[in-house]
Design a protein around this ligand. Structure first.
Ligand code: SAH
Length: 237
């Protein structure tokens, strides 16, 4: 069943413009059809379409199933070309990340000013929202941008993992780091050019733990998907 993030007023469900279009023109919803909505408190509900034109949707009973990871997962992702960033935002959302923080790496080929980021943010947010609806999440991950790795410390978690290409090899120990008592985990993945030595030293100093994503050197977008998959797999087992 299709899920939408919505605001609610008493039992009335209010969808944004794009979702109204999707529901009425793409899904061609009819009165009496059911949809799932997630309200402003991140709670999912069943909802019924009472009328199509004008669109009237009523909130019904809560949906008990929860689809969120029981730990907050943050992905730090080195700035890459926009299509890669968009791919990673979509996949990180599907894999349960609660935030994606883009950073300008020393070896990032692409450079963003804060204004560039602000301009792209609505599109990044739309990708995260659509992916969160498609995979039935209760939250839409936050997308942020930091100018350099030196600001990583503001967003550190209980456990912080450093996917370092120079650690490529046996994946031994990666999954063992993910203990049940942790509330939050982050993983940092470098840009296409990888990490500069000074960046690696800085992450070591902050207490990031170096992890390997196997013997092959992965493209940055594959590395992000791999790392988040290992995290989700181990958190949900
Ligand atoms: N250009 C670099 C590779 C960068 S790969 C080189 O030739 O060495 C992009 C990012 O993906 C890396 O910075 C790292 O975060 C991650 N990555 C890719 N393969 C990895 C592996 N086997 N182990 C750990 N991290 C890896």
């Amino acid at each position: 069943m299709q899920r939408y993030f919505a605001s609610t007023f008493n039992n009335q469900v209010i969808l944004d413009k794009d979702d109204v279009f999707h529901l009425t023109k793409v899904m061609r919803v009819k009165s009496g059809d059911y949809i799932e909505i997630v309200d402003e408190n991140h709670r999912p509900y069943l909802a019924v379409v009472v009328n199509v034109n004008p669109l009237i949707i009523e909130k019904q009973e809560p949906i008990i199933k929860n689809s969120e990871l029981n730990k907050n997962v943050t992905l730090f992702f080195g700035l890459a070309k926009s299509d890669k960033v968009e791919f990673v935002i979509q996949k990180a959302t599907e894999l349960g990340a609660s935030s994606v923080i883009l950073f300008q790496g020393k070896r990032s080929v692409v450079k963003f000013s804060n204004e560039d980021f602000e301009r792209k943010l609505p599109r990044f947010n739309a990708i995260a929202k659509e992916a969160a609806e498609q995979c039935h999440r209760e939250i839409i991950p936050e997308i942020k941008y930091i100018k350099s790795i030196n600001e990583v410390d503001k967003y550190m978690c209980d456990l912080n993992l450093f996917a370092y290409e120079l650690s490529a090899g046996s994946t031994n120990g990666f999954d063992e780091l993910i203990k049940s008592n942790l509330n939050s985990v982050s993983v940092i993945v470098g840009p296409e050019g990888g990490f500069d030595e000074s960046e690696a030293n800085y992450l070591d100093k902050l207490g990031f733990k170096r992890v390997s994503l196997g013997k092959r050197i992965l493209r940055c977008e594959t590395a992000a998907v791999y790392a988040l998959s290992v995290l989700a797999f181990n958190i949900e087992k």
